[in-house]
Design a protein around this ligand. Structure first.
Ligand SMILES: [Zn+2]
Length: 111
């Protein structure tokens, strides 16, 4: 006839606590974290972090945003014949340092 009703379902019993949440370091996509060494405007004796050799850096000077801004300002103020000067002056260029042994990038000197 009437069977006894099953006890009301009270849900899952609390299980064992799960593993603690993993600490996630959020990195912005596309961001590159580079540890630079402090370098000067000229070739420098450093210990390369890549090949761990003591080397004299190879330097490569290149214009930066600041170089272009100076050239633009020269143009705007009527000094357009001098517009190439910032590109010829080392003090207006950034200096990239590279390892002469393995070619690794060492750092940039912002002139
Ligand atoms: Zn190296």
């Amino acid at each position: 006839m009437d069977r006894p009703a099953p006890p009301p379902y009270s849900g899952y019993p609390p299980g064992p606590p799960g593993p603690p949440p993993v600490q996630v370091t959020h990195v912005v996509p596309g961001a590159v974290i580079i540890q630079h060494q402090i370098v000067g405007p000229d070739s420098t004796l450093i210990t390369c972090r890549s090949c761990h050799q003591s080397v004299i850096t190879r330097i490569d000077r290149r214009p930066s945003t600041r170089t272009h801004v100076i050239a633009l300002l020269l143009c705007l103020f009527g000094f357009w014949p001098c517009v190439c000067l910032p590109y010829c002056m080392d003090s207006c260029l950034n200096t990239d340092h590279y390892c002469t042994n393995c070619g690794a990038f060492i750092g940039t000197y912002i002139g």
